[in-house]
Design a protein around this ligand. Structure first.
Ligand code: DX5
Ligand code: ZN
Length: 213
């Protein structure tokens, strides 16, 4: 199982140290939750923090853009050291146009669906997408309870990906621990994002336990 710890739940006072621990524990990437206070009712971090994280690790950085205008800012995220941009189908702008631009300049991307959005809404955008991220909580905050219906979405998405022979990896984000992570894995998830579970205990042990699922 691939694991992407969500840095939002880490201790920012010792950010570099926490990033190093994730790397040592075998994390496959780091998940960076960027929120703008418009798309979701919370504000987190932006370019400067991402630069700091970039300087601390060689791990792949995936930026989960919970912002109204990813089209306006994605280049600055790239310049800050993000490797993959995770884009919501619910973003209030033309996603098709943005993806055309990103494909043209070779930017890596994934597609995200919120709990209330049918997963089929992501299917038209999957060509060239490295990741399909199913949200298993309402975006905005870490530490929420896993939404069970997400498992059905994972199964549906997995069938579509296999039927269409896509290379897209299936990722799940929200309320993931060793119990929900196991169920997500059985439903077809390839990557587990986990915030509060990983950072509220022994980081190394928690990441290892998720990787073994
Ligand atoms: C929610 C974020 C998640 C969240 C995960 O808006 O996208 O990545 O921080 O945190 P946990 O694992 O605590 O649900
Ligand atoms: Zn996230």
């Amino acid at each position: 199982m691939l694991v992407s710890p969500s840095v939002l739940s880490s201790d920012f006072g010792i950010l570099k140290d926490q990033v190093l621990k994730c790397e040592e524990a075998g994390a496959d990437s780091l998940h960076l939750d960027v929120m703008d206070g418009h798309f979701v009712p919370n504000i987190t971090f932006g370019f400067d923090i991402i630069k700091t994280i970039r300087e601390s690790t060689r791990l792949t950085l995936e930026s989960h853009l919970m912002i109204d205008r990813p089209d306006k800012y994605y280049q600055k995220f790239l310049e800050s050291g993000s490797d993959i941009m995770l884009l919501h189908v619910e973003s209030p702008m033309n996603l098709g146009e943005l993806l055309a631009r990103m494909k043209k300049d070779g930017s890596r991307f994934g597609i995200v669906v919120n709990p209330e959005t049918p997963v089929e809404h992501a299917f038209p955008f999957l060509e060239g997408a490295e990741i399909l991220l199913v949200m298993s909580v309402h975006p905005g905050f870490s530490g929420q309870k896993f939404i069970e219906d997400s498992l059905v979405k994972l199964k549906e998405a997995k069938s579509y990906i296999q039927e269409h022979k896509l290379h897209t990896l299936l990722e799940i984000d929200g309320g993931i621990n060793n119990v929900t992570g196991k169920r997500a894995s059985e439903a077809g998830a390839d990557i587990l994002v986990s915030g509060s579970y990983v950072f509220s205990g022994n980081i190394m042990e928690r990441i290892s336990s998720l990787k073994r699922l």
